[in-house]
Design a protein around this ligand. Structure first.
Ligand code: DAH
Length: 375
């Protein structure tokens, strides 16, 4: 009760001792009385913001009223010293807001009138050069991925995608990598759950399993996507990277078809027409091979990237193992096919001479802006 009474008296005394003043001009008059004063300024801000004009003269009258040398703001600022100390901060802020609002309004209206041609009322000067639009750029991984898709689209391959979180079957077992198979060690895996295993896919070959399970031959598809391996991060390796898997299944598909497709790809993608296939091992293909392209030894860079041999390894490939076909519900007596897989970062690094794989994931605009000219 005592507290209530004391608050009541303090408010009352403020009102009684309140400092009142008024501003009178020929055309307008505003009266202020300290507590209501702040509200009044706020009201004026509202009026200023809502102000509209149909002629330049109206804008000028408005400007003189608020911002003129004998205008409202001048007078209000003069009265600032009479304002109760406790309210000065709020009042000062409100006055500044009023000033800014009035200045902005006058500028905006003047601009609008200047840009309106008298004769046809078209807004703006149409001959003016336009504002520069700041264009973004595609990420180099997207650029290379799209180029690879383009090349394979032209020979009838579709694009298919699959989940990044996989089960054991699609990432390993169906691909002829049963439990305890030593080749599993080659792909250090991030497990999300064990028994049954849920993991981050270690390669996009998992998508070929899903595709075969859900589609009948003939199959021609490529599957680009992100893959994950528990690798130490360095200039050459990362725990996240991107691959494109390729799969072709039909009757009477031979190794010659595979080789011809790869040759077509390397010509289109790199402008190189010499490849070699080195015998290799992948559990899901038999026979398997590594594909090298002849890059040449013309420049110092060629020497560097090919380690002086002129040859560059770009992907793995092979004829799909009959066991894999069987696992995915395709009759290996009737159908055969080939598959291949490549790393997108590796190709992008080659094409753009990017020295460190980590640059792809740092989101440094100085790096990314360099790809503006490539679509
Ligand atoms: N999955 C392999 C890897 O991640 C790449 C690969 C090699 C895919 C040969 C294939 C293939 O389809 O035939 O290393």
């Amino acid at each position: 009760m005592i507290l209530f009474l004391s608050i009541f008296y303090s408010v009352l005394s403020k009102l009684k001792t309140g400092n009142c003043f008024s501003i009178k001009k020929r055309k307008f008059a505003v009266h202020f009385c300290d507590i209501t004063m702040l509200d009044k300024v706020k009201e004026l801000i509202g009026e200023v913001k809502a102000f509209k004009a149909t002629t330049k003269e109206e804008v000028e009258t408005f400007r003189i009223k608020y911002l003129g040398s004998k205008g409202l703001l001048k007078e209000l600022f003069k009265e600032f010293k009479n304002v109760d100390a406790s309210m000065r901060k709020d009042f000062g802020q409100a006055l500044n807001n009023l000033k800014n609002a009035a200045t902005e309004k006058v500028n905006a209206l003047n601009n609008a009138f200047e840009n309106t041609t008298e004769e046809n009322h078209i807004y703006g000067d149409l001959t003016k050069p336009s504002e520069p639009i700041s264009l973004g750029s595609r990420h180099p991984i997207s650029i290379v991925k799209n180029q690879i898709i383009d090349v394979f689209n032209r020979i009838g391959f579709t694009v298919s995608e699959g989940p990044e979180i996989e089960d054991d079957w699609h990432n390993f077992s169906a691909l002829n990598l049963p439990e305890h198979h030593p080749a599993r060690e080659m792909q250090d895996t991030f497990f999300i759950e064990k028994n049954p295993d849920v993991l981050l896919r270690t390669h996009t070959s998992s998508v070929q399993v899903r595709y075969m399970e859900n589609n009948e031959p003939p199959i021609r598809t490529i599957s680009p996507g992100r893959v994950f391996r528990n690798e130490d991060i360095s200039a050459r390796a990362h725990c996240i990277f991107h691959q494109v898997e390729g799969l072709y299944i039909d009757t009477d598909v031979s190794f010659a078809d595979l080789k011809q497709t790869l040759l077509y790809f390397t010509k289109e993608m790199f402008g190189k027409s010499k490849i070699r296939l080195r015998p290799s091992y992948f559990p899901f293909t038999e026979p398997s091979a590594e594909v090298d392209i002849y890059w040449g030894l013309e420049t110092e860079v060629d020497y560097k990237i090919t380690k002086g041999t002129g040859w560059l390894e770009i992907m793995g490939c092979g004829m799909v193992d009959p066991n894999v076909l069987k696992n995915c519900g395709i009759d290996p007596e009737k159908y055969s096919g080939y598959a291949f897989g490549m790393g997108i970062e590796r190709i992008a690094m080659l094409l753009y001479q990017i020295p460190d794989i980590r640059m792809f994931y740092e989101n440094d605009v100085r790096f990314l802006e360099q790809f503006k000219s490539v679509l």
